[in-house]
Write a new protein. Sequence first.
Length: 149
Amino acid sequence: MINPFDDIYFMKRALQEAQLAFEKNEVPIGAVIVMNNQIIARAHNLTETLNDVTAHAEMQAFTAAADFLGGKYLKECTLYVTLEPCQMCAGASYWTQIGKIVYGASEEKRGFLVMNTTLHPKTKVIGGVLEEDCSKLLTRFFIEKRNLN
Ligand SMILES: [Zn+2]
């Protein structure tokens, strides 16, 4: 039997969050945190709205998930995020001890991989899930933004 709750299913939910960011004129990055096939936190980038460079989708999702669970560790959880996390978010994920990170598009300039940010040793990583959809949304955003200026 096929499990309907797979990485693609949850990445689509993260993409819906990214779409919400897009509609607010925010760089369209979305995230959800999943535990036992259940979404316990959803968030999107709000750096413009909150005028806060730390308001990345992942940071808010970590806070919301810890809130939901009533504990700060996310060992049994998976983070789905449409873009490879930056070093700030990867660093925060270290402290959450999150079980798994699944990301969509790669961030070759400012992603945690090129920055050599250390994840928690127990955190598994999968990249490239729905990569094309995730990066298309970002590309469309920057093209539209350029045309406005
Ligand atoms: Zn980040």
